[in-house]
Design a protein around this ligand. Structure first.
Ligand code: BGC
Length: 256
């Protein structure tokens, strides 16, 4: 077996991490989690990531201290640079996050968009494994993330959470956090999801939708209400797809 790889998933609300067997897409042991520091500046977030890395490094299976690791970020990442940070501090913009974390942690760090990481995990080892054609993973969390995988190949940085639906950016009304903020019942939330997924289905005609993010654990409350031509299923990795995908990315980096 290859040594495990550390995966860390930076979200707008929480930062989670764990050890992953990247060849089986398997989380080893319990993930660890801390709230995202506020304000979520590069320095504060790098410090929180360092603490999580220290936490998982005491596990007996932990890899060598200089082994490469993977991290997700909730924004556009191109060649290691942050190009958007809708739910993070704006001082992230134009930060070389690969370099920042590599220097802070003293090991090579590969950073990938959070939804793209979830997409890699789900299409390699989860709900989209073996599905050919276009698979769209939508994560419902602080924002809405999206990952487009065509015949197993990730097309990075697709930002379908920012599509305009009924005059609003979709993630401002239809994310999991927006549902809580607006105190929507599952029926009310299903109406918003229906509008959103119908629109995306019309634009893309994918083979499969996979719904990720913490709220995928409650999929039975809203997925049966949706009327779509495309099959729609919850993420197998639930809220841990980001950790697993981050580690997969560090093991065999995609070009992003
Ligand atoms: C960001 C995406 C991210 C999503 C989920 C959006 O606001 O633009 O890059 O994947 O939130 O965190």
């Amino acid at each position: 077996m290859n040594p495990p790889v550390i995966g860390i998933d930076i979200g707008g609300t929480g930062i989670k991490g764990g050890l992953v067997d990247p060849t089986r897409g398997k989380l080893l042991g319990e993930p660890v989690c801390v709230p995202t520091p506020q304000p979520a500046t590069p320095k504060a977030v790098a410090q929180a990531v360092a603490l999580l890395v220290a936490d998982v490094s005491v596990y007996p299976e932990a890899p060598a201290a200089d082994s490469p690791m993977g991290v997700t970020f909730p924004g556009i990442i191109r060649h290691g640079m942050v190009h958007s940070a809708a739910n993070m501090d704006r001082s992230w913009l134009n930060t070389d996050i690969n370099e920042l974390l590599t220097t802070r942690l003293g090991r090579r760090v590969e950073v990938i968009n959070d939804a793209d990481a979830a997409g890699l995990a789900e299409t390699r080892y989860g709900a989209g494994a073996g599905v050919s054609g276009a698979v769209l993973v939508i994560t419902l969390g602080t924002g809405i993330g999206s990952a487009l995988i065509l015949n197993g190949q990730l097309m990075p940085n697709v930002e379908f959470g920012h599509l305009e639906v009924d005059g609003c950016r979709a993630e401002t009304t239809t994310s999991a956090v927006a549902r809580e903020r607006d105190q929507l019942s599952w029926e009310e939330y299903s109406v918003l999801l229906q509008r959103y997924f119908s629109h995306v289905e019309f634009l893309l005609s994918p083979e499969l939708f996979i719904v990720g993010g913490g709220i995928s654990q409650r999929a039975s409350e809203y997925l049966p209400n949706l009327k779509l031509q495309t099959p729609i299923v919850p993420a197998v990795f639930r809220n841990e797809a980001g950790i697993v995908g981050a580690a997969i990315q560090a093991f065999a980096p995609e070009h992003s």
